[in-house]
Unconditional design. Structure first.
Ligand SMILES: Cc1ncc(C[n+]2csc(CCOP(=O)(O)OP(=O)(O)O)c2C)c(N)n1
Length: 363
């Protein structure tokens, strides 16, 4: 059992890949290797999306390199296609590991005809009802209260689903965050709030974001447990998320988890990070790569695949990416006419007239 409100982040694997404490591994070798592949898949896609952005195929992207242990650990601690998710725009590893097809994500980034929203959401504001992933909200913190509402509905309906809501540490300074966490807690709603603390809200360092010792302690204010976890340790994140999910499913109300991680890339495609952090700092975190740490662990356990096998997997993910990209691009792009679709079952007269006008103008 992990304790809430620890002073140090909960950790199972050290930098060198060895166990920091004795623990029983409740994952098979196949599962451990799948976690490794999930981390690689997230990393490859993230790196591949930068040139896609520079080629102008999409106009916005939020990188997640360095945050794979947090995001893949979360996905492995919950019940996929069962629990419901209110993620945020940087959750690339989470969406892929929850089962959202890569092609569906790429179509959303491109806004092509294959996109479920046909380009009517901002790029990287994905959704995937099939995998219980709600649409991304651009206004920071604005998805916390809807997540609390989802959890209250789950309790009311008597399901054994839980709601998982992720956000950056910047979101915890928004009024919406406090209202939402309070609402979930006061209703003893089955809601798991997870802060992916990557230490910067655009240019603002977490130390200037809050005077609290960390984010997890904010659980005290709402009477819910707050767990402080090493977000570079995929097994620790998965184990704490799993324990919290079981506690919530047993009817104990909400939980807050903070995963301490780092954003290696820039905040978004329109950010110059040299204005607010040093190269040395970025390099020191690059040296604490969660993927490398997990590989060291697998090596110590004697189950790390041969380098050629790992390289082959990188290649297969790249091939999957290129195929999905080409397929999405080839599906074409929506015209203005979709503006009038999917909102009303019977288009009101004034909109029908506007559509007619645009068609006559041959726009
Ligand atoms: C209500 C609101 N205020 C400001 C912004 C502009 N904004 C976009 S992302 C961001 C930083 C969010 O930081 P954090 O929650 O820590 O997540 P991160 O991007 O670091 O993963 C801000 C301030 C916004 N989208 N919404």
């Amino acid at each position: 059992m992990f304790e809430a409100f620890t002073n140090q982040p909960i950790r199972l694997i050290g930098e060198d890949g060895s166990r920091t404490q004795p623990f029983e591994l409740d994952l098979s070798v196949d599962e451990l290797l799948q976690i490794h592949r999930d981390m690689i898949r997230a990393r490859v896609c993230d790196e591949r999306l930068i040139p896609i952005l520079r080629q102008g195929k999409t106009s916005f992207y939020a990188q997640s390199t360095g945050m794979e242990a947090t995001q893949i650990g979360i996905a492995w601690g919950v019940k996929k296609k069962h629990d419901w998710f209110w993620p945020y725009y940087r959750d690339n590893g989470l969406l892929l590991t929850l089962g959202m097809p890569m092609g569906r994500w790429i179509a959303q980034l491109l806004g092509s005809n294959e996109d479920v929203c046909k380009g009517r959401q901002m790029p990287q504001h994905f959704s995937d009802p099939e995998n219980h992933i709600a649409s991304i909200c651009s206004a920071i913190g604005s998805h916390i209260a809807p997540a609390a509402g989802t959890a209250i509905a789950q309790k009311y309906l008597g399901t054994d689903e839980i709601t998982v809501c992720t956000f950056g540490e910047g979101a915890t300074s928004e009024g919406d965050w406090h209202a939402g966490v309070n609402m979930a807690s006061a209703n003893k709603a089955p809601c798991l709030f997870i802060c992916e603390n990557n230490q910067y809200a655009i240019s603002l360092n977490v130390k200037d974001q809050t005077n609290s010792k960390n984010i997890a302690v904010k659980g005290h204010a709402y009477g819910i447990p707050g767990f402080y976890v090493d977000g570079q340790d995929v097994l620790a994140v998965r184990a704490v998320v799993k324990q919290a999910a079981e506690y919530i499913r047993a009817g104990n109300g909400s939980v807050l988890i903070e995963c301490l991680t780092y954003r290696i890339g820039t905040h978004s495609s329109s950010d110059d990070d040299s204005r607010y952090r040093s190269k040395d700092e970025v390099e020191s975190w690059r040296a604490q790569d969660p993927l490398v740490r997990f590989e060291r662990f697998l090596e110590k356990e004697g189950i790390l695949p041969a380098r050629e096998e790992i390289e082959a997997y990188y290649g297969s993910v790249l091939a999957e990416f290129e195929e999905a990209l080409q397929k999405s691009d080839a599906s074409g792009y929506p015209t203005w006419e979709i503006l009038f679709d999917d909102v009303y079952s019977d288009l009101p007269d004034h909109l029908a007239q506007q559509a007619l006008y645009l068609r006559e103008e041959n726009l």
